[in-house]
Design a protein around this ligand. Structure first.
Ligand code: AMP
Ligand code: MG
Length: 318
C-alpha cells in the first residue's frame, strides 16, 4: 500500500526518481509525475488506465515558471491568471517543445494551472520541473477528494500520498481555451463562469461530444459510480421509493423515503458546499447495499452548472 503522510521532502524524492505521488489540490487529488519526463508521464496513463488521447494538466507554482512551458500568454489569459491563480482555473496555452507530446496527446496547446493548496504549492516550489497530474482515480470513476479515496483505489499502485485533508472546492478546475482568440469554456468546474465573465466579458461554451477531437477527454460518460445511476425529479423519486435505491438530493429530504438511503448535498442550499460533498457522497452511495442511485439536479447557476454537468456525465446523458 502507499505511504500516506505530509512529508514534502519524501514526496520530492519519489518524484525525482520518476515515481508517482498523489497530491492534494483545492479541486480534487491529483496523480502527479514529472511533466517533463516521458517515462513518468507514461506511468500516469498506465496507472490510471487513462486513454492516451486524454491530455493531462500541468501544474506549477508561478507565472515565471509557466513561461518556460508556453510560447505565449494572451491578454485575457493573463488577466484571468492574475485574478484567479492560485485557484480552480486551467488555461490552454500554446506549448513549448520542452513539454512532451504525450502530455498533450499530440495537441499544440498545453493545459496549465497553479493550484491553491499550501502543501502542494510548497512541493512545487522545491521542484525544478512541473507536475502533470490528472485526478487520482481509475479512468472514468468518481474523482477523489480525500487521501483515503486515493488509497482505496490506487494505493496498491503508487508509492506516496501527500495528505492535505479534504479538498476545499471538491470538483475539477474550469478549463478555458482560446479558439481563434475567443475565450472558450472546455469544461465547467470549480470557478464559476459568472466570475470569469466578470473579468473578461462573455465566453463561449464548447459542446461535449465523445467524438469531438477539439475536446479530448470531455467524454459523455465520466465521473461515474459503479451502480446504475439515473437523474430524476423529486416527484418521480417519491413515487418509486423503495429499499433497493439510494438518493442524492440538493437541500431537502424526501419524506416518503428512509433517510439512511438519502444524502443532502447542502441542507442550507449552498452550491459551494454541494460541490464539496458531491464526489464523497456519490462514493458513499455507491458503497451502500442498494441496486440503483438516483439524483436530482441542483439549481443551474454558479457552481451548480459544474455540478449538473458532473451529474449528467455520471448518468451518461447529454
Ligand atoms: P483531469 O486532469 O482528469 O481533470 O482532465 C484534464 C482534462 O483537461 C482532459 O480530460 C481534457 O478534457 C482537458 N485538456 C487538457 N489538455 C487539453 C488541451 N490541450 N486541449 C483541450 N483539452 C485539454
Ligand atoms: Mg479526471
Amino acid at each position: 500500500m502507499a505511504i500516506i503522510g505530509k512529508d514534502i521532502d519524501l514526496a520530492k524524492e519519489f518524484l525525482q526518481n520518476n515515481q508517482l505521488v498523489a497530491i492534494p489540490t483545492e479541486t480534487v487529488y491529483g496523480l502527479a509525475g514529472n511533466a517533463l519526463d516521458e517515462k513518468a508521464v507514461l506511468s500516469i496513463f498506465e496507472t490510471k488506465n487513462r486513454p492516451s488521447f486524454d491530455p493531462l494538466i500541468v501544474h506549477t507554482d508561478s507565472l515565471d515558471k509557466l513561461r518556460r512551458y508556453v510560447t505565449e500568454i494572451p491578454e485575457e489569459a493573463q488577466q484571468l491568471a492574475e485574478k484567479f491563480w492560485p485557484g480552480p482555473l486551467t488555461l490552454l496555452l500554446p506549448k513549448k517543445d520542452i513539454i512532451p507530446d504525450l502530455v498533450t496527446s499530440g495537441l499544440d496547446t498545453v493545459a496549465v494551472r497553479i493550484p491553491n493548496h499550501s502543501l502542494t504549492l510548497r512541493l512545487l516550489a522545491t521542484l525544478d520541473f512541473p507536475l502533470a497530474a490528472p485526478s487520482a482515480n481509475p479512468f472514468g470513476y468518481i474523482s477523489p477528494t480525500t487521501a483515503q479515496h486515493v488509497n482505496q483505489q490506487l494505493g496498491e499502485k503508487i508509492s506516496y500520498i501527500l495528505d492535505g485533508g479534504e479538498c476545499g472546492i471538491g470538483i475539477e478546475s474550469t478549463i478555458i481555451g482560446f479558439v481563434d482568440q475567443v475565450p472558450t469554456v472546455y469544461r465547467m468546474g470549480g470557478l464559476a463562469i459568472e466570475d470569469i465573465e466578470n473579468v473578461i466579458g462573455k465566453v463561449v461554451l464548447m459542446s461535449h461530444s465523445s467524438s469531438n477531437p477539439k475536446a479530448p477527454g470531455m467524454l459523455k460518460s465520466h465521473y461515474a459510480p459503479r451502480k446504475p445511476f439515473f437523474l430524476k425529479d423529486r416527484n418521480e423519486m417519491s413515487e418509486m421509493s423503495d429499499d433497493t435505491s439510494a438518493y442524492l438530493l440538493f437541500d431537502r429530504f424526501i419524506e416518503e423515503i428512509d433517510k439512511k438511503n438519502q444524502r443532502l448535498l447542502s441542507p442550507s442550499g449552498d452550491l459551494k458546499e454541494a460541490a464539496r460533498n458531491l464526489f464523497a457522497f456519490l462514493r458513499e452511495l455507491d458503497a451502500q447495499p442498494v441496486d440503483h442511485i438516483f439524483a436530482e439536479f441542483v439549481p443551474d447557476r454558479n457552481l451548480g452548472k459544474a455540478i449538473n454537468d458532473r451529474l449528467k456525465r455520471a448518468a451518461a446523458i447529454d
